[in-house]
Design a protein around this ligand. Structure first.
Ligand SMILES: NC(=O)c1ccc[n+]([C@@H]2O[C@H](COP(=O)([O-])OP(=O)(O)OC[C@H]3O[C@@H](n4cnc5c(N)ncnc54)[C@H](OP(=O)(O)O)[C@@H]3O)[C@@H](O)[C@H]2O)c1
Length: 236
């Protein structure tokens, strides 16, 4: 791409894999996060670091200016109240990014890393600051923004290298583990794959031996586009 790609949470465990994969493809990458110390420890020298906080929209304007795509992989706190609450990081933060991108965002792509279970309000994860409710609200904000987008819902994350057979699913009914490496690759591939635009999907790896390169084109082609409901995905 001619313009930079912003990775919000690019010093995190998924984000840094996204950053490395984008750099390997020759992209210019802007890593956005709060901690310069974490950036020094985890960021490749070729990436540009911008100190910014999704809870403070004023800090996002410079790093997001002119970006061709945004990957949002921010980890929330688990208390219902307080500065890191799921409401502020998974919903408020997403709204701030969308607002800052604003009308200038036409032609740009937003990849949101969400999570499986997000539509199941009675799941135990929702006891942590209504994490699932706020994630779903963040998803809905992206889907109704008018932007080109991909919403990725990983199952439980592992640090194993990508292994076994990868499944992309829709409807949020199953469960399972998936490697951060596969999630990062999905984020990167989704940006340039029209079949992955306007879709919401879950990810799960089936245990087993390495099965070779992931057939992303085939997997994305098997996905249904979200219904244009305005505020809610068809599966919610
Ligand atoms: N763990 C699981 O099993 C699981 C399952 C499904 C989905 N997920 C989700 O997958 C995503 C990626 O997970 P991960 O393991 O890569 O997380 P991680 O390693 O904890 O990284 C989180 C990133 O978020 C950034 N961040 C946190 N608060 C921020 C803020 N207010 N403004 C800007 N950046 C902020 C952090 O950087 P700074 O601290 O420098 O700001 C860090 O780079 C998260 O949303 C996670 O909840 C996790």
């Amino acid at each position: 791409m001619d313009s930079p790609i912003a990775v919000i949470g690019g010093t995190g465990r998924v984000g840094r894999l996204v950053t490395r994969q984008l750099l390997a493809l020759g992209e210019t990458v802007r890593v956005i996060g709060r901690s310069t110390q974490r950036a020094r420890r985890h960021m490749p020298a070729q990436a540009q670091h911008f100190t910014a906080d999704v809870r403070d929209p004023g800090t996002l304007r410079t790093p997001l200016h002119g970006c061709a795509a945004v990957v949002y992989a921010v980890e929330p706190g688990t208390d219902a109240a307080g500065p890191d609450s799921p409401e502020s990081t998974l919903y408020g933060g997403v709204r701030h990014v969308l607002d800052v991108l604003g009308a200038a965002a036409a032609g740009r792509h937003f990849v949101l890393v969400s999570q499986r279970h997000v539509t199941r309000r009675d799941h135990p994860m929702n006891a942590y600051g209504r994490m699932l409710d706020w994630r779903l609200a963040g998803e809905d904000a992206v889907r109704s923004s008018g932007l080109s987008y991909t919403v990725i819902r990983p199952g439980w994350l592992t640090d194993e290298p990508g292994h076994g057979v990868l499944h992309l699913e829709q409807g949020d009914v199953g469960d399972g583990y998936v490697s951060r490496a596969h999630v990062a690759e999905a984020c990167v591939r989704a940006i340039g794959s029209p079949a992955a635009h306007g879709v919401t999907f879950e990810m799960r790896s089936e245990a087993g031996p390495a099965s070779g390169p992931v057939p992303w084109g085939e997997l994305f082609a098997g996905l249904r586009a979200d219904a244009p409901t305005g505020t809610r995905a068809v599966f919610v």
